[in-house]
Design a protein around this ligand. Structure first.
Ligand SMILES: [Zn+2]
Length: 196
């Protein structure tokens, strides 16, 4: 049996009832309540253990939650950082686009000529601005998401049976992958539209 301070023994006797579990337990199973070591805690060591285990488990959960929250906040920070990087490295981004342009010039010029033909004469400056915003947004998304996005004509400007226009409401930003699968699908839908 562990040693008990004789003053405590005099004060409490050998056994004491725990305030939590209501059991009559030897006083060596109670913790000291104050720095003068003259008082015992009301609840026994076993009951204290249960409380601290519960506290630890609860604390563990809240810690995990705070870690998760930090991660989420950090993702936003990383996204924000990427945006800043793109803004600060516009020359680098542009030179990459230039290289792409020159290596794909043949395909690009055909695209541009047909696009120009699809620009209606009544297109206002505001609509032109909207188109520019869509193209800028597409570049931005491609850089941030590290995946190629295309500005796509919902109704193709060089469709087999129908011709779409180069106007803001005929534009959408889709992934390059979607763009390729769409051009195959459209042939069927285009025939339906032409008959209407
Ligand atoms: Zn107890």
């Amino acid at each position: 049996m562990s040693e008990v301070n004789s003053n405590l023994l005099k004060k409490y006797g050998e056994y004491k009832v725990c305030t939590k579990c209501k059991e009559n337990i030897h006083i060596s199973k109670f913790g000291i309540a104050n720095s003068k070591r003259s008082q015992l805690r009301g609840d026994c060591k076993d009951c204290r253990k249960k409380v601290s285990t519960t506290w630890y488990n609860n604390n563990k959960e809240s810690r995990l939650k705070s870690i998760q929250k930090w991660k989420n906040d950090n993702i936003e920070k990383v996204t924000e950082y990427n945006k800043i990087w793109v803004n600060n490295n516009r020359d680098k981004v542009r030179s990459t686009q230039k290289k792409y342009y020159y290596s794909n010039m043949d395909k690009m010029s055909i695209k541009r000529i047909s696009r120009r033909a699809a620009v209606p004469s009544w297109l206002s400056d505001e609509m032109k601005k909207d188109i520019k915003i869509i193209y800028d947004a597409c570049r931005m998304i491609s850089n941030i998401e590290c995946e190629k996005y295309h500005v796509d004509h919902i109704i193709p400007i060089k469709g087999e049976n129908v011709s779409g226009l180069h106007v803001p409401w005929n534009l959408q930003i889709i992934t390059a992958k979607e763009n390729l699968s769409k051009s195959n699908k459209f042939k069927q839908e285009g025939i339906k539209l032409a008959k209407q």
